[in-house]
Every structure is written in C-alpha cells, then in structure tokens.
Design a protein around this ligand. Structure first.
Ligand code: HEM
Length: 441
C-alpha cells in the first residue's frame, strides 16, 4: 500500500480552480440556470477558459487526483480519464452520489430523492426510478402514447411559430416543451398546470443557494399537495400511471423521485434547442436526419437524431460538474485519498480536450453511433456506472422525436446564420436562451 499523499495544488492553483471553474459553474445556477449569467459566460468564453485551466493543472500535477488546498472538507479534482471511470463505477460505494453540496441543494425540493440518499434506502429508490423510467430500454413501454403527445405538442408549437411569422425563440419553445413534460409525467389533465411547474422552478431557484437559503417548507408542502392530486389520478399513458403499478416499499418515497424528473426535463429542453442549432448549422447532417425520419417506422428509434442530442450534450453538458463523496479512505496509484473527500469531475475537460480528442470542438455524432453510452473515453453527459441517469433513454426518445417534427418537411435557419461560428471550432458555451430560428413556410 502506498501511504504517500496525493498531489496537493498550490494556493495559487487552488484559487484558480475556484475562480475559473467552480465559481462560474455555481454562478450559472447548478439547479436552475440564471440566463443573464449564462449570457455573460458565453460572452467571456468562460467555459473554454475553464478547460484550459484543467489542461494546465493536468500538465503540472500529472494524473492526480489533485487535492485542493481548501479549509474544511477535503476536495479532490479528477484529472485522468481512467479515474473518471473508476469513480463513477464506484457509486454509491465508496463514492456516494449524495455529496454534501448536492444534499444541500436538492433537499429544498426532494429530500428523499435517490440521488441524495445514503444507506439502505438508496438501492430501493434507485430501483424504483429504473423501473418507472424503463432505464435499459431505448423505447419506453409507453412509447406509442408518449410519441403521440410529442406529435401533438410539436404541431401546436408549429402553429404558434406560423403566427409569429415563422420565428422560433426560446420562450415559445420552453412553454411548449413543459406542456409536453407535464403530459408525459402526469397525463393530459396536467397539460396547462403551469402553476405546478412554476412552484418547482421557484424551489429549484432556492436550491441554487443550497444551505445559504432557508428551506421554504410551506411552498414545498403546497407543491407536493398539488402533485399528489395527479399522482393519485394516475392517468393512463403517463409516468404517474406506471408509478402506480410499480412496487414500492415503505422506504421508496415515490413522490420524492418525481421532482428530480421535472427538474431534469428542463436541461432536456435546452439540449433539444441546442441540437436544433446544430442541425440548422450543418445542412448535411440535417439532411441525414430527415432521411432517417423518412425511412423510419411509425415508432422510430432515430439513432442519428439521438446521436445529435448526445453530441449537443457532449459539447455543452448540462451537468458539467459531476460530484461524488468518498465514504472511506481510498487508495490511488499516487497515494491515499481521505474518507469524506468531495470528488469533482469537470465533464467539459474530458469532452472538449483538444489535446486528446481530435473531434473536441466539432460536431461529431458518429462518436455516439459507434460506442453509444459505453464510451472508452469519458464522455459522461448522463454520468456512467451504477448511478447513470436512469432517464437517459426516455430523454433521447422524446428529444429526438421532437427534433424530427421540427425539421421534417421544412428548412430551419439559425439567426444570425453563423451564430455557431461554423466552420470554425464550436464555442465553449451556447446560450440556449437567445437562440433564434426561422422556419421555412
Ligand atoms: C438532458 C437531460 C438529462 C441529463 C443530461 C441528465 C443527466 C444526469 C446525470 C449527469 C445524472 C447523475 C448526476 C449525479 O451523479 O450527480 C443524472 C441522474 C439522474 N437522472 Fe438524469 N439527466 C437528464 C434528464 C433526466 C430525466 C428527464 C429524468 C427523469 C425522467 C432523469 C432522471 C434522473 C434520476 C432519477 C437521476 C438520479 C439517479 C441516481 O440517483 O442514481 N434525468 N442525470
């Protein structure tokens, strides 16, 4: 056993990790984005700067993990691709998903969510999520009903776009996307219940402040009360219906799993919009996607469009910081990491490191067609290992089909046309809130 200590970053390098990586990530809003800060991040190209910082740390300190010189809880930064695989394969033991800051943030709206559960309840809550979301299956058991909902909501959205002289902007898309989400999760009866989702947006905004803001227990109670009405109704064709027929124990807390889904459908919407920007900027790939749609059966898997969505998540990951916490001392090639260390995996470093990946800054859906979720290099938009996102296939099913409706039979132009700077390297940040499209008549 190598009892040596892991490399420790100098005070200056620790401060640079805070200023270049941690603070911008937190300022953007880890639980719900702050659009103004996202715009600023894009204008100042802060995400590119963060990747550069990571590259310099790797060049200075080697494979790590690199301990940061911070007071209180020890913190380690993962620098080596093999270590990413190791940490994520080791969830929840010895690397729990329920890290200190995640518990502080998510307990505002889902104190019994699987992601922030430690101990014996964790496997049960994870199992419940896996079963309801059909996590191993590219086609959810409700695919037929869910795709009918996608078609109807896409149609409604396109009608609005026509009324707006064929312009498509974020607010219009987001409203349509959340009508779809409410129908998928709770059924048609919840379609227009914006009050319900506004409540969770508000609770998530509090979650951005983690332990710095007191819990709004009154609002949380009202949100759960309103949500229970839909869960009890368990409308056929919705996830609420699947939940009602899924085994739950006294520990499962099925209702506490749902806020995580509502939360996570938000980045799914952002990703759809960014994927549309990619397709609008790369006509050859857009044509390939249209051909895939034309040649597909009525309940299509759409591998190319799914790869496009995954690629948008590689380029602009919506969970840039994957956090774990070690539950015991762990041994590494370079030395020992103490128990209760907060482990930081900064995904953009692995997704956009041009010194290692020839496709780092270009649109390369073929990477996903070849390897799917089992990537040899750590491309981890949905995480990896036993705590991989159980909603990933459902997300890809809904987003790829939404894109299929938006691009089929029409041209889509991004405004301004070279917003993505094509043919140059793709930008480090893509602000979804100010993306504008024009659709052909
Ligand atoms: C673009 C959309 C999404 C992305 C990129 C995404 C990504 C992720 C990632 C990276 C994690 C791991 C987080 C961590 O370890 O801290 C995660 C966990 C999770 N996701 Fe997603 N997610 C998305 C959408 C969804 C949706 C729509 C659902 C449900 C319908 C969902 C359900 C979950 C659940 C339940 C967990 C916790 C898993 C566990 O505790 O083991 N996700 N997701």
């Amino acid at each position: 056993m190598n009892r040596a200590s892991l490399p420790v970053a100098s005070v200056q390098d620790t401060l640079s990790v805070l200023s270049d990586i941690v603070i911008p990530t937190v300022a953007k809003g880890p639980i719900i984005r702050r659009p103004k800060i996202v715009a600023l991040t894009e204008a100042l190209d802060l995400d590119t700067r963060a990747v550069r910082r990571m590259q310099r740390l790797r060049d200075t300190y080697g494979p790590g993990p690199l301990m940061l010189r911070v007071p209180g809880q020890p913190r380690a930064l993962i620098l080596d691709p093999e270590h990413v695989h190791r940490v994520l394969a080791g969830s929840p033991e010895p690397f729990t998903t329920a890290s200190f800051e995640k518990r502080a943030a998510l307990s505002h709206f889902e104190p019994k969510g699987a992601l922030i559960t430690r101990g014996p309840a964790r496997p049960d809550r994870r199992r419940f999520n896996e079963e309801v979301l059909d996590h191993e299956s590219p086609m959810h058991r409700l695919s037929a009903q869910l795709l009918a909902v996608v078609a109807e909501e896409a149609d409604e959205l396109l009608k609005t776009v026509r009324r707006r002289r064929y312009a498509l902007e974020w607010d219009t898309f987001f409203a349509a996307w959340f009508r779809l989400v409410r129908r998928v999760v709770f059924g048609d009866g919840a379609r227009d219940d914006t009050k319900l989702t506004d409540m969770i947006f508000k609770l998530r905004a509090d979650g951005n402040w983690a332990f710095l803001k007191p819990k709004n227990k009154g609002l949380r109670k009202r949100f759960f009360r309103r949500m229970h009405r839909y869960l009890e109704r368990a409308e056929p064709g919705s996830l609420a219906h699947v939940m009602a027929h899924t085994y739950a124990t006294k520990q499962t807390a099925p209702d506490h799993q749902v806020p995580q889904w509502l939360f996570a459908f938000d980045p799914a919407g952002m990703t759809t919009f960014r994927s549309l920007a990619l397709l609008a900027s790369f006509p050859e790939q857009a044509e390939r996607a249209r051909q895939e749609v034309r040649e597909s059966p009525p309940l299509p898997v759409l591998p190319f469009l799914r790869a496009t969505v995954l690629e948008s998540l590689r380029l602009w990951p919506t969970t840039p910081m994957v956090l774990r916490q070690s539950t015991r001392e762990t041994q590494w090639e370079e030395g020992v990491m103490p128990a209760e260390t907060g482990v930081l995996i900064y995904a953009p470093f692995f997704h956009r490191d041009e010194t290692r990946l020839p496709y780092a800054h270009r649109f390369a859906p073929e990477v996903w067609l070849e390897h799917g979720f089992s990537q040899p290099w750590p491309l981890i938009p949905f995480s990896q290992g036993p705590a991989i996102c159980p909603g990933r296939h459902l997300v890809l099913l809904l987003t790829s089909n939404m894109l299929a409706h938006l691009i089929t039979g029409r041209e889509v132009w991004l405004r301004p046309l070279n917003r993505l700077g094509v043919p140059g390297p793709l930008p480090g940040t893509l602000n979804n809130y100010d993306l504008r499209f024009e659709l052909s008549r």
